[in-house]
Design a binder for this molecule. Structure first.
Ligand SMILES: Nc1ncnc2c1ncn2[C@@H]1O[C@H](COP(=O)(O)OP(=O)(O)OP(=O)(O)O)[C@@H](O)[C@H]1O
Ligand SMILES: [Mg+2]
Length: 504
């Protein structure tokens, strides 16, 4: 890619960026939130058109009008939010759009055998006939990669592929990527997890504010600390834990909580725990083990089957509105579906859920002037990268959208917070800031429940750690009592006894 420039209203997303990709290499693309990583890759994938610049494949100039053009040249992109049809099988998802035909009919046999051959070759360990909705997140990602392989990808782009994976799944993904590399596939991986970059990439490229800063960093010659400095231009404290200075009495408690999902399946099974004043209670677990239903019950989004939730000794019940009024804040796990309203302005998204509070509206009339000032303050404090808070929230980069949600919750007073994946997709610099804000909240003597699939984060932030598996709490421990490997084993259903043996 040569001298690629892309301008959005008020933002120069890419400024004359030169990028190259060799055959059979894994390139890691790093940069702060809003640096232009996704935009650059969308241009390569034909989803966005550059304002200037050229793309060459094996020296031949190409121009893509849409992703189909790019796919025809062997370029495939796996987006952070998977684009699979849950009710379809693996095969149906993989062949969607390019079904092999026999006359007017889909040639299922041909499709199935080609998919099965790929599953075999890449040792993917998934059933081609399974419905996608029954697969784990890691397996769904393999389906996305299968889609690319089925389309004979020579260049595979992965936008934050590991954000939702457990450590074990990340290892599996990397095995696949290395195998693909051996076959001559070129891979671009965007990630904010620097340790992973070191682990898998042959070369690192760093963007800052739409400008190429480095394009030939070798992981062997650097370290995560140095990489984060290249990205944000200053030193970042990556790992240090800050245990709570003072833990008080019980603030938030959950007693014998059972929650069913909309199909009537029990997803949270007789769960009890207390969170004390000044405590962050972490819940580690693989997605889909009841975390989602637990959060919904703790924020008033669903009514539990049985059991009780108490704040300061008084029962919490009613609607989400009632929970907010009692001072329970919520950082939802899925920012695109639950956290934001995409076409609405950044300003309005910053007050979502709080629009009836007296400082935001009076007698049902919105106080727009105050709201604008408030949104402006949030933008500055949390470093949301945008020319104006009047822009739609969908125009923000992934990490900056997450910052809007965090700003909305952390800039108001709460008694307790229910927080899911607070820094998913957030760069290391902003991560440090958000972690400090979470600590500040805790240190005021408040209670926080933290749910994260990112073990590093949950171990770093928590004062106490629970492990959830199939809707039950299977371990209650100090954050550093178990190694990450042991935690990973607990998260996948191994018994406490067997896990202790591994450690011993
Ligand atoms: N459709 C759009 N309209 C307006 N601005 C946009 C649009 N898409 C991207 N931008 C802007 O372009 C810049 C680069 O965005 P991009 O999504 O490429 O960042 P990124 O490096 O992928 O960040 P992140 O790590 O947060 O995902 C950002 O400032 C973003 O706000
Ligand atoms: Mg991005």
């Amino acid at each position: 890619m040569s001298e690629i420039t892309k301008r959005y209203p008020g933002t120069l997303a890419l400024n004359k960026v030169d990028a190259r990709l060799e055959e059979g290499e894994i390139l890691s693309l790093l940069g702060e939130n809003g640096a232009g990583k996704t935009t650059l890759m969308k241009i390569l994938y034909g989803m966005e058109k550059p304002d200037a610049g050229e793309i060459f494949i094996h020296g031949e100039k190409v121009a893509f009008n849409n992703p189909n053009d790019a796919i025809a040249r062997g370029i495939c992109m796996v987006h952070q939010h998977f684009m699979l049809v849950p009710a379809f099988t693996v095969v149906e998802n993989v062949i969607a759009g390019i079904e092999p035909r026999k006359g007017v009919f889909i040639d299922r046999r041909a499709a199935e055998s080609k998919v099965a051959a790929l599953v075999e070759k890449y040792r993917f360990n998934i059933d081609p006939h399974a419905k996608v909705e029954s697969l784990s997140v890691g397996e769904q990602q393999r389906v996305e990669i299968l889609k690319a392989l089925y389309r004979d990808a020579k260049i595979l782009i992965l936008d934050e592929p590991s954000a939702v994976l457990t450590p074990y799944e990340v290892d599996e993904l990397f095995i696949t990527l290395r195998f693909l590399r051996e076959q001559g596939t070129s891979i671009v991986i965007i990630t904010h997890k620097l340790k992973e970059t070191m682990n898998v990439a042959d070369r690192v490229m760093v963007l800052r504010n739409g400008v190429l800063i480095h394009d030939d960093v070798k992981p062997a010659d650097t370290n995560p600390q140095e990489l984060s400095e290249m990205m944000v231009g200053r030193l970042i404290q990556l790992e240090a834990r800050h245990p709570s200075p003072r833990i008080g009495g019980v603030k938030f408690s959950v007693k014998n909580l059972t929650v069913k999902d909309e199909r009537g399946c029990e997803k949270v099974k007789d769960v009890s725990f207390d969170i004390r004043e000044g405590e962050i209670l972490g819940i580690a677990g693989i997605e889909g083990n009841g975390q989602c239903e637990l959060i919904e019950a703790l924020t008033g989004l669903t009514t539990p089957e049985s059991g009780e939730v108490l704040l300061d000794g008084k029962p919490l019940c009613g609607t989400a509105r009632d929970f907010i009024d009692r001072g329970v804040g919520h950082v939802p796990e899925d920012r695109t579906h639950m956290g934001l309203i995409a076409p609405m302005t950044i300003k309005c998204n910053m007050i979502l859920g709080y629009q009836d509070c007296p400082d935001m509206s009076r007698h049902k009339l919105m106080r727009w002037k105050e709201i604008a000032t408030y949104a402006e303050t949030c933008r500055e404090e949390f470093g949301v990268k945008t020319p104006t808070v009047e822009a739609p929230v969908s125009s923000l980069s992934g990490g900056n959208q997450q910052k809007v949600i965090i700003a909305r919750v952390l800039s108001r007073e709460h008694e307790a917070l229910i927080v899911a994946h607070p820094t998913r997709g957030i760069d290391v610099g902003a991560q440090e800031y958000i972690h400090n804000e979470l600590y500040k909240f805790r240190d005021k003597g408040k209670a926080m429940l933290l749910i994260s699939a990112d073990l590093d984060e949950v171990v770093k932030l928590s004062d106490r750690l629970l492990v959830i598996y199939e809707g039950r709490i299977v371990a209650d421990c100090a954050p550093e009592e178990f190694s990450k490997v042991q935690l990973g084993l607990l998260m996948t259903g191994n018994s406490l006894e067997s896990v202790k043996e591994v450690g011993a």
